[in-house]
Design a protein around this ligand. Structure first.
Ligand code: FAD
Ligand code: 8R5
Length: 450
């Protein structure tokens, strides 16, 4: 695209800041408007240390902005799931083959600040304390609230303003986006494990901890200040659920019964439970993400998902790289936005679905005998056919093939595992010749690195 290389990004969160960096580095004129204050000046809004799991897709996008090394420098490696059964000792189930296949716990605040610095260094203009309020798409004027209203003439708007996107609402006034939200019916609460008395981590730092309990669960991710952020996921209704577990005392009783090994690790449990808001969980589907060449949505604004695959940010970062590439290639903005939507929408749908499915896997299946047998077989098949049979978790987390491909191949693999283990309680007597032939027939080799 030759002339008019000017874009206005709404939201300087994770996707907005990365996209601004990628485009400004390629010579685009980029304005970014953010509702909140500059976190480098006022501190990160929210205060609590919240961490996210960064996987290969997100890390690769950060490589495009040369931000990977600085991010990894402050990240904590998570090698696998540390599963805490109700009775018995916790056990580490590795995610990958070795330490080249791990995920990273990063601080949202630190990551955002690093990306804002990168965006500014690349020449993007950042405008803080500016909330998008209204868009006149005919006159191409966006109005931002803040210190007085600001009317901004734009060429095109990019909505990186998160799950509650105002740009999406404004686009919805002039076009039918086919928007629908499916609530999960479960919510979450964040709690904290502080450092031990000697200043170290209270539990194994290099793992994502899971306490699976059937219909609900807790998880914990390490922070580089030697704390852990614990997230309790519960149904909204029923018992236990957020409707019945209401007070700090209720939460204490729930932990004493169901998470007894976690209880002594969270000295502020009652306080955290009452002080922190209950988060909601939903999937957002749209039939379209764009208004010809005037506006496009990405990240959570386009396809918010439930958190159970830890891919919301990873997917949003992948969106940024894809949109930047289409903007370079396409003849005009409308063509770039259209090509972006065609490429990314099926992949967003696939990861949204896989994220829903991973809740079941985390909260109940990690403890279940059939699941463990299938998992053992999956490992053996992955070793026998490393180019063809790649566990779905690994395709999503350690590879960069399209999410939709990971979803389709995952279905084929699941069918094979179910068929091969049906009626068995061990892997003895498995028909390897049949399995090897089926793998070869149904799972063409993946390109290296794909
Ligand atoms: P956001 O990061 O939400 O950024 C939106 C920005 O827009 C914000 O800065 C907001 O202030 C600004 N904004 C909003 N409205 C306006 C407006 N009207 N005008 C101007 N600015 C506006 N993903 C993972 O991959 N791995 C994880 O482990 C993980 N853990 C998570 C844990 C928690 C507690 C939560 C809530 C999410 C987690 N996610 C994780 C998901 C991830 O945070 C999101 O998918 C990701 O932040 C999406 O990026 P985004 O830029 O689209 O939106
Ligand atoms: N997001 C994550 C995984 C998959 C772990 C596995 C799961 C908390 C609100 Cl619930 C969850 C994962 O399959 O073993 N990787 O990264 C992050 C997750 O939750 C985040 C921290 C979260 C939104 C609350």
């Amino acid at each position: 695209m030759s002339n008019d290389r000017h874009l206005t990004i709404v939201g300087a969160g994770l996707a907005g800041a990365l996209l601004a960096t990628l485009l400004a580095r390629r010579g685009w004129i980029v304005d970014v408007f953010e509702r909140r204050g500059d976190p480098r000046v006022v501190g990160y809004a929210g205060g609590r240390s919240i961490n996210l799991a960064l996987a290969e897709r997100g890390l690769h996008a950060l490589r495009h902005a040369d931000a990977d090394a600085a991010v990894l420098d402050k990240a904590v490696m998570m090698r696998g799931r540390m599963v805490h059964p109700l009775h018995g000792t916790p056990q580490l189930l590795r995610y990958g083959r070795d330490d080249s296949e791990v995920i990273w716990s990063v601080s949202r605040g630190e990551l955002n600040i690093l990306l804002l610095d990168a965006a500014e260094a690349a020449g993007a203009r950042l405008h803080f304390d500016r909330r998008l309020d209204h868009v006149d798409f005919d006159r191409k004027i966006a109005t931002f609230a803040g210190d007085g209203a600001l009317a901004h003439a734009f060429q095109a708007l990019v909505g990186a303003d998160g799950a509650g996107s105002t740009l999406r609402t404004q686009m919805g006034r002039v076009a039918d986006l086919g928007e629908r939200t499916e609530s999960l019916g479960h919510g979450y609460k964040e709690l904290e494990i502080p450092p031990a008395n000697d200043g170290g981590f209270r539990i194994e730092p290099n793992a994502l901890h899971i306490w699976p309990r059937g219909r609900y669960m807790c998880i914990a991710l390490p922070n580089d200040e030697r704390t852990f952020t614990v997230t309790l996921f519960l149904p909204n209704e029923g018992d236990p659920g957020f409707a019945t577990v209401r007070t700090g005392d209720d939460a204490h009783r729930l932990f004493a019964r169901d998470f007894p090994d976690a209880l002594p690790l969270i000295p502020g449990l009652e306080h955290d439970f009452e002080a922190n808001p209950t988060g909601t969980l939903a999937t957002l589907y749209l039939d379209r993400w764009r208004l010809d060449g005037r506006a496009v949505l990405l990240g959570d604004a386009a396809h918010a998902m439930v958190p159970f695959h830890g891919q919301g940010m990873n997917c949003a970062f992948e969106d940024c790289v894809a949109l930047a590439a289409h903007l370079e290639r396409a003849p005009d903005l409308a063509a770039a936005f259209a090509a972006f939507e065609v490429e990314r929408m099926p992949n967003a749908r696939a990861i949204q679905q896989m994220a829903l499915e991973n809740y079941l896997e985390m909260r109940e299946r990690v403890d279940d005998a059939d699941f463990l047998l299938q998992r053992d077989l999956e490992r053996l098949l992955a070793e026998r056919h490393p180019q063809c049979f790649v566990p779905r978790y690994a395709m999503v987390t350690f590879r960069r093939l399209p999410y939709a491909t990971a979803f389709e191949r995952g279905q084929v693999q699941r069918e094979l595992l179910v068929e091969a283990t049906r009626g068995r309680d061990s892997l003895e007597g498995i028909d390897w010749a049949w399995l090897d032939a089926e793998v070869a027939r149904r799972l063409p080799p993946l390109p290296a690195g794909g």
